[in-house]
Design a protein around this ligand. Structure first.
Ligand SMILES: O=C(O)CCC(=O)C(=O)O
Length: 357
C-alpha cells in the first residue's frame, strides 16, 4: 500500500503531535518544523502573537527580580535601547594581560563557515585556563555575567567563549549580515571586543528600541506566521525573522546603529531585537570574549541564588561547557537530527587565517 505525500505528512504530524504540543511551552521557534507553531488556523487565532506577548510579560517580571544585580544606569540604558555599550570595561592592566594571553598562546579550536565568514570558538574551559588567569577572571566576571542575565531575563549560567570572526571581503553572503531577530523572545548576546572595530570592519549593528514590540511589528509577525508557505527566507520560516532596512520605519523603528567600538568595549544586546553583523568591506579579524544566554521564555521563576536552576550552572558542566556544547552538537549530528556546524581544527592561534579542509 502506498500513501500519497499529503497522507504521509498528516501521519508524521499526528505522530509528532505530543512533541509539537509540549514545544508550545518552550523556546521552540520554527514555524516550519512544528505543525502547531506553523498552523495558519492557529496563528490566525493569534497563537504566535500570544506566545510573543506572554514571553515578553514573563521576561519583564523576571527582570524586575534580577534588577538588584545590575547598576541603575545600565538598566536605564537597556530599557531604552535594548542594547548596552560600556567603554573601557576592564581596567587597563587586566585588559593588556587578556590580550597577551589571547594572542601569545595556542587554543583548541573549532570553526563554523557561513558564507564568506568563519566564526571560530577557542576553548576556554577550566582546564584551558590553568595558566591564563586574565581570561579566567573575565570569564567569571560578575558584572559581565549579571548584565547578560538581566538582558536575557534569566538567572542561569551564560556560555562564555573566546570567539574570532574572520570575514572575507567577498564571497557568499553571510546569513548573519541580514537584519534579523534571533527568536520570538528575550535572549542575550554580548561581545567584549579585543580589537577596535571600525565602520568597514563588519561591526555589530542593532536597531535601537526593537527589543520592544510595536503594534505594527506584532501585525507584521502575525502576517508571517499565517503565511509560512509563501515566506521565501528559510531562516524566517524557522522563526528567526529577517527584516529589510526599508521595512523598519513601517514597523515603528529607526535605522540600525553600527557599533563602531574601541578595543575593551563591552556590548550587550537583547537579540530578540533586530540586529546583524554588517558586511565587511575588506578581510577583517574581529576577536572577542563572546557571551550568550537563552532559556525557556516561559520560566515563571528566577531563583537567582540557585542560578535559576540551570543545568549549565552545575559545577561539572560549567567547568567544561565549551567542549560539552560542541560534542553535544556533534552527537546530534551523528544521530542524523541536525548536522553540527562546528569543525575541529586542532590547536593554534585564535586569530589564524586558514583555508577550510
Ligand atoms: O557578530 C555579530 O556582529 C552579530 C552576529 C549575529 O547576528 C548573531 O549572532 O545573531
Amino acid at each position: 500500500m502506498s500513501f500519497g505525500k499529503s497522507s504521509e505528512l498528516m501521519l508524521k504530524n499526528t505522530l509528532k503531535f505530543p512533541l509539537h504540543f509540549l514545544q508550545l511551552f518552550s523556546g521552540a521557534k520554527s514555524f516550519e518544523k512544528n505543525a502547531l507553531l506553523g498552523s495558519r488556523f492557529l496563528n490566525e487565532r493569534n497563537l504566535h502573537v500570544r506566545r510573543v506577548t506572554l514571553a515578553m510579560r514573563m521576561a519583564s517580571m523576571r527582570r524586575r527580580r534580577l534588577a538588584p544585580l545590575v547598576p541603575a544606569h545600565l538598566i536605564e540604558a537597556y530599557e531604552k535601547d535594548g542594547v548596552v555599550k560600556i567603554e573601557n570595561f576592564l581596567d587597563d592592566d587586566l585588559f593588556q594581560e587578556l590580550l597577551r594571553e589571547t594572542h601569545d598562546t595556542n587554543f583548541d579550536r573549532v570553526d563554523m563557515y557561513q558564507g564568506s565568514t568563519t566564526t571560530r570558538r577557542s576553548m576556554i574551559d577550566d582546564s584551558d585556563l590553568e595558566s591564563r588567569p586574565a581570561i579566567l577572571k573575565v570569564r567569571d566576571s560578575k558584572p559581565l555575567l549579571n548584565l547578560v542575565r538581566y538582558v536575557a531575563s534569566h538567572a542561569g549560567q551564560p556560555l562564555v567563549t573566546l570567539q574570532t570572526v574572520l570575514a572575507k571581503a567577498s564571497g557568499n553572503q553571510d546569513p548573519q549580515s541580514d537584519l534579523h531577530s534571533d527568536t520570538f523572545h528575550a535572549t542575550a548576546k554580548a561581545w567584549l571586543f579585543l580589537n577596535d572595530v571600525e565602520e568597514d570592519d563588519g561591526p555589530f549593528c542593532f536597531v535601537k528600541g526593537s527589543h520592544k514590540m510595536t503594534e505594527q511589528r506584532l501585525a507584521w509577525e502575525k502576517d508571517i506566521s499565517t503565511s509560512i508557505d509563501s515566506v521565501e527566507n528559510k531562516y524566517s520560516r524557522r522563526g528567526s525573522m529577517r527584516v529589510a532596512p526599508e521595512q523598519l520605519s513601517d514597523l515603528g523603528y529607526p535605522q540600525p546603529t553600527k557599533m563602531v567600538v574601541k578595543a575593551n568595549t563591552l556590548v550587550v544586546a537583547n537579540t530578540h531585537g533586530f540586529h546583524a553583523r554588517c558586511a565587511s568591506m575588506k578581510n577583517t579579524t574581529r576577536i572577542e570574549i563572546y557571551v550568550s544566554l537563552r532559556r525557556n521564555p516561559f520560566l515563571p521563576f528566577v531563583a537567582a541564588p540557585l542560578r535559576g536552576l540551570h543545568i549549565a550552572a552545575l559545577p561539572l558542566i560549567q567547568a567544561r561547557v565549551n567542549r560539552l556544547i560542541i560534542s553535544a552538537q556533534a552527537q546530534i549530528g551523528k544521530l542524523g537530527i541536525k548536522p553540527s556546524p562546528w569543525n575541529s581544527i586542532g590547536y593554534g592561534k585564535s586569530n589564524e587565517w586558514r583555508h577550510p579542509d
